[in-house]
Design a protein around this ligand. Structure first.
Ligand SMILES: C[S@@+](CC[C@H](N)C(=O)[O-])C[C@H]1O[C@@H](n2cnc3c(N)ncnc32)[C@H](O)[C@@H]1O
Length: 284
């Protein structure tokens, strides 16, 4: 029983990875995804299964973040990686390196512990069960606070948070991890109202919804002090990787629309405590 209505969407994301794992050209190789689902997860995923374009895009979203995390952990294999709203993320099992902390609601953490115990992970992994409605993330993160560079992954979450919650989230991260990268996906209001309408209908059918969303969520995070280290337009990336079933000419045309190019991004951001890339490169 999920007390947080957004939590059911974790089954959708795991379902996209489950389908990816069945492909010969798998991007993610997530062998745990199917096991996390269970009958209840599969029932939820059935409602989303017709959304072939978002499913392909979400597989690419996970892949883009995987690649960025791998690169970061190649540089620093001992880095702390904190996943807020971890859902059924299995990166701790799939990516070498890192000291991992997964934070999410209790029913999700319990399912993960039953299917993939932390002791069976090749990397140090800790899971923390929270109630996002009843607890403050600030209090959850306080005992984990460190001045060491930290990687925070927040995937598939920000579109459920209002602007004030994102402000509080950024301030909380800055206090706990004054030197952090934030790997995040960002959906604009315009994208939600056009290309994500089908998804919104399914979300409503499971009792949840996107937040009111910002017209330009990346600009919002920049105003909060984040620097952009990289950004990917998700739908054009998924079209280029042939993960979405669109006719050959339609894909590139669609990818040219501003709302498609700017409306749903995977962003790799650095907070004020991380020196600019140029300074890091010149230091070697
Ligand atoms: C769409 S799922 C994404 C799960 C996972 N990150 C992934 O990409 O597979 C959204 C997740 O956000 C969690 N969540 C709900 N409310 C949240 C909040 N206020 N802050 C952070 N995460 C939240 C849910 O429990 C759920 O697991």
């Amino acid at each position: 029983m999920m007390s947080n209505s957004v939590s059911a969407t974790a089954y959708y994301c795991a379902g996209t990875r489950m389908l990816d794992a069945l492909r010969t050209d798998t991007l993610l190789n997530d062998s745990l995804a199917a096991r996390f689902m269970g009958d209840d997860g599969l029932l939820i995923f059935e409602k989303f299964r017709h959304l072939a374009i978002p499913i392909g895009a979400h597989q690419v979203r996970c892949y883009l973040i995987d690649q960025a995390v791998r690169m970061r952990l190649n540089v620093d294999p001992d880095m702390l990686v904190v996943l807020v709203g971890a859902g059924f993320d299995s990166r701790a099992f799939r990516i070498p390196g890192g000291r991992w902390i997964e934070i999410d609601e209790q029913p999700i953490i319990e399912r993960k512990n039953a299917v993939a115990p932390t002791a069976s992970c090749g990397n140090p992994l800790r899971r923390i069960a929270v109630s996002f409605h009843e607890e403050r993330l600030r209090d959850v993160l306080a005992p984990l606070a460190t001045g060491a560079p930290t990687l925070v992954i927040c995937e598939g979450v920000t579109m459920y948070l209002e602007a004030a919650q994102i402000d509080e989230f950024a301030a909380t991260l800055a206090d706990a991890f004054p030197r952090h990268w934030l790997y995040v996906d960002l959906m604009s209001r315009g994208f939600a109202r056009t290309f994500a309408k089908g998804m919104s209908r399914v979300l409503a059918s499971i009792g949840t919804a996107f937040s009111s969303l910002e017209p330009d969520p990346l600009a919002h995070l920049r105003r909060l002090g984040y620097k952009i280290e990289a950004k990917h337009a998700l739908l054009p990336a998924a079209i280029a990787m042939r993960r979405v079933p669109l006719p050959a000419v339609a894909g590139p045309l669609l990818a040219m629309l501003p709302v498609v190019r700017n409306g749903y991004l995977v962003a790799l951001l650095a907070n004020a405590g991380i020196p600019p890339i140029e300074a890091r490169l010149s230091r070697g």
